[in-house]
Each structure stands twice: as structure tokens, then as C-alpha cells.
Ligand binder design. Structure first.
Ligand SMILES: Nc1ncnc2c1ncn2[C@@H]1O[C@H](COP(=O)(O)OP(=O)(O)OP(=O)(O)O)[C@@H](O)[C@H]1O
Ligand SMILES: [Mg+2]
Length: 232
């Protein structure tokens, strides 16, 4: 069981898209998933509720606030295989509570300075929790909406900034793909979109699967494969 939180204080960084991909990807693998929606605009709640073929093992809770989110996260963690929290794009008490109570915080960052600044605010909060309360929050930055063809100067600037701060990057970035927008328009996860209607669908599906794998890899002990080999 792991609690994943997607955080960036800048709106539009790609949090809800990543939450939708991870939640549906895990549910499709048969895992029991609960999404906690702390965004009053309820984008992820609306998507899960609108799915034309709902997953019986994917639930969503709306209207989480700083007064109830910790209790909701703990209750969901007792029921589900994985809990995923979608935060709004703003610094808030809710974000601080949620980040401190998560097993993994993933910070989506697009190749633009505003997004990087919003991501840095989350990193500063994580550093503050460590310094003032000795709370260690495992975390990784995930590059989002990456241009599939070009590594732009802006993207390189973000990479350089992150590396200079010793920030861990998630192994898989989410590429800019029509499928990742259209899954909201068609109320369907990427694996159920129609290839005749959506360009580069297979590439998007592969990217989404790799992203789910990368998130799951965070939940495994780093030396898991070595121990498995020793035990074999
Ligand atoms: N990888 C991607 N490919 C194509 N479009 C994307 C991708 N990621 C996000 N988008 C689009 O970018 C916009 C913002 O994404 P999203 O809603 O996921 O961001 P957010 O961080 O949740 O924003 P907010 O803080 O406002 O909740 C949306 O229109 C979404 O469809
Ligand atoms: Mg969102």
C-alpha cells in the first residue's frame, strides 16, 4: 500500500492528468485504488464519475479539505491497495498536511519557469518538514507535457535547476499527447480510446504504462531485486 500525492502550487502543471493515468492504470491491473480529490473544482472526481465503463475497484472522494484530509487518507489507506491525492494548484494548509502524510510525493513540472517555481515551493515544504519536524517525505519531480521531438532550452533549464538542487527525477516523463487530453473529453482511460480518433495512441498508451511502472517502482525497496536474487 502506498499513498501518492501529486503536488505543484502552480495550476496546470499536469497533476490531474497524472492522477487519472496512475489511478486508471493501477485499477486496470486489478488493484484497489482510492483517489482523494482536494481540488474544489473536482476535475478528477468528475472524470471518474463520468467514465463510460467505470472500474469497480476505483473510487473517488471529493471535497477533501485541511480539516478532513489526513483522516480520509488514513481511512482510504486501510481499505485500498493504493491511495492517490490530487491537490489544487495553490500553496495551502491542505497541501502541507497531505505532503507530510504521504509515502510518495510526485511533483509534475512542465518546461516553464512558472511551473518550476511552483515545484520548488513543494520541495521547500518537504525540506522544511525535514528540518523542523524530522519528517522524511520521499519525493520525485516528474517532467510533464514533454515535447516528444525536441528537448527545448526551457526544459533543459528545468533539468539543470533540478540537478543542481540534488532533486530526484522520476524515471519516466509524461509526453505531450493528444490522448492525455482526449481521455477527459471521451470519459475513458487511455487504453479504451479509439485509435481511429486519437493520434499516436499507442505511443501514449506505452508512455502511460511506463509511468505506472515508474510510480510502482517507488513503492519497492531499492534492493528488492537483489534480495529476490539472493533468496532464489
Ligand atoms: N501530457 C499531457 N499531454 C497533453 N496534454 C496535457 C498533458 N498533461 C496535461 N495536459 C493538459 O494540460 C492542462 C492542465 O493539466 P492538468 O489539469 O492535469 O493540470 P493540473 O496541475 O491538475 O492543474 P490545476 O492545478 O489547475 O488542477 C489540461 O488541459 C490537460 O489536458
Ligand atoms: Mg488539477
Amino acid at each position: 500500500m502506498a499513498i501518492f500525492t501529486f503536488a505543484n502550487t502552480k495550476g496546470g502543471a499536469g497533476k490531474t492528468t497524472a492522477v487519472a493515468l496512475l489511478a486508471s492504470g493501477l485499477a486496470r491491473r486489478g488493484l484497489k485504488v482510492e483517489v482523494i480529490d482536494a481540488d474544489p473544482q473536482r476535475w478528477i472526481s468528475r472524470w471518474v464519475e463520468a467514465l463510460t465503463e467505470p472500474f469497480p475497484n476505483l473510487k473517488v472522494q471529493s471535497f477533501a479539505t485541511h480539516t478532513n484530509i489526513k483522516a480520509r487518507m488514513q481511512a482510504a489507506a486501510a481499505r485500498a491497495d493504493h491511495v492517490i491525492v490530487d491537490l489544487p494548484g495553490a500553496a495551502s494548509r491542505c497541501m502541507a498536511i497531505c505532503v507530510s502524510a504521504s509515502d510518495h510525493v510526485i511533483i509534475p513540472v512542465q518546461g516553464c519557469a512558472m511551473d518550476a517555481h511552483g515545484g520548488a515551493q513543494v520541495l521547500e515544504l518537504i525540506a522544511y518538514l525535514k528540518e523542523k519536524a524530522d519528517i522524511t517525505v520521499p519525493h520525485a519531480v516528474m517532467l510533464s507535457r514533454v515535447n516528444p521531438l525536441v528537448s527545448t532550452r526551457a526544459l533543459n533549464a528545468v533539468r539543470t535547476m533540478l540537478e543542481s538542487r540534488g532533486v530526484t527525477l522520476l524515471d519516466v516523463s509524461l509526453v505531450e499527447r493528444a490522448a492525455f487530453r482526449e481521455m477527459f473529453d471521451y470519459a475513458a482511460p487511455v487504453d479504451r480510446l479509439n485509435p481511429a480518433r486519437v493520434s499516436n495512441l499507442v505511443k501514449a498508451q506505452t508512455n502511460a504504462e511506463n509511468f505506472v511502472d515508474a510510480c510502482l517502482a517507488l513503492t519497492r525497496p531499492k534492493n528488492a531485486s537483489a534480495s529476490a536474487l539472493c533468496a532464489a
